[in-house]
Design a protein around this ligand. Structure first.
Ligand code: ING
Length: 307
């Protein structure tokens, strides 16, 4: 197994509703070129990287199809796959997926993992879909639960250049189960894309903690599961809503190894030492030796406390 995998988080600035797919894909190709030039093996792009974060709006059903991809790659996303092959770099891309299942349409918040030959080698569909179906008074409008159903692919892990890669999307990063499932499936690297509104109407007293609550669970997830984490935000003022940046690469020690400093298109890079996983594991996290899964059965049986 190769000891090093150079990771790139490709943060993007806002993608306005008026921006064409062609323009967005050009920006993503430019980021991929910068990542490859810096020596990256594998890059991660944000959640819903191709469009504005439309769940901030209460939209009629007739207006939403434009935000979804029915093909991946499709004619407009093909240049990104061609660039990966030309540059010899892999990438993970978050997008809204519309699939036909018999005569039913299904919508997922999805991520594709693409290898350095431009072929899709892995897929993920967001499991933890936050927000609501309808706007709720006193709460920031976040209608992901109307626009997406929960993912049905579990927490798969895929091989890339001798390393094992897991995928996650936005709200997934706040839940310890995401990292634990990926870790138990053998992940060494977890790639995460996110869109996180800075303002939350429902809890003004937590406003100053948005970046803390971004990094805290990802650092804990990396440390407690001895994985590398590379996370890419969509950042800045998008269609009137401020999205949190803070894209980062986190070591299995829980340390932030690289951190974005802008709210714009930005590439951050770290040469991840996969041997660090075993070093960190030795200190406390020899899972097979110390974990007591029989004592944890409630985790798989109950969503919340019964009291
Ligand atoms: N975004 C948010 C996040 O976890 C969220 C979720 C925001 C939920 C606001 C409710 C209100 O950062 C995504 N895309 O999951």
């Amino acid at each position: 197994m190769a000891r090093f995998l150079t990771l790139a988080s490709c943060q993007t600035g806002p993608v306005q509703r008026s921006t064409s797919r062609r323009e967005v894909v050009e920006r993503l190709v430019a980021l991929l070129e910068r990542a490859a030039l810096a020596g990256a093996d594998l890059a991660v792009f944000p959640e819903m990287a191709l469009t504005t974060f439309f769940p901030r709006w209460d939209l009629p059903a007739s207006d939403i199809d434009v935000f979804y991809e029915t093909q991946m790659p499709g004619p407009q996303t093909r240049p990104l796959f061609d660039a990966a092959r030309k540059l010899g770099i892999g990438f993970a891309l978050g997008y809204s997926e519309l699939v036909r299942d018999g005569n039913r349409q299904r919508r997922f918040n999805a991520m594709a993992l693409v290898d350095d030959g431009g072929e899709i080698i892995g897929r993920y569909r967001k499991i933890h879909v936050p927000g609501s179906e309808m706007p709720e008074p006193g709460t920031t409008v976040h209608l992901e639960r109307r626009y997406f159903e929960p993912g049905n692919l579990g927490f798969p892990v895929y091989g890339f250049r001798g390393a094992r890669i897991g995928l996650a999307l936005c709200n997934d990063r706040r839940w310890p189960e995401t990292y634990r499932m990926l870790c138990l499936n053998g992940a060494q690297v977890v790639l995460i894309g996110y869109n996180t509104p800075v303002q939350l109407e429902e809890a003004p007293s937590l406003a100053h903690l948005r970046m803390f609550h971004n990094h805290l669970p990802m650092q804990a997830g990396a440390y407690q599961n001895t994985v590398w984490v590379a996370a890419a935000a969509k950042a800045g003022f998008e269609d009137g809503q401020h999205l949190l940046g803070g894209s980062c690469i986190i070591a299995p020690s829980g340390e932030i190894a690289a951190l974005a400093t802008s709210q714009e298109d930005e590439v951050i890079i770290h040469r991840a030492d996969l041997d660090m996983i075993d070093i960190c594991r030795k200190v406390n996290f020899d899972f097979s030796r110390y974990r007591r899964p029989r004592e944890y059965s409630l985790i798989a049986e109950q969503a919340g406390p019964l009291v």
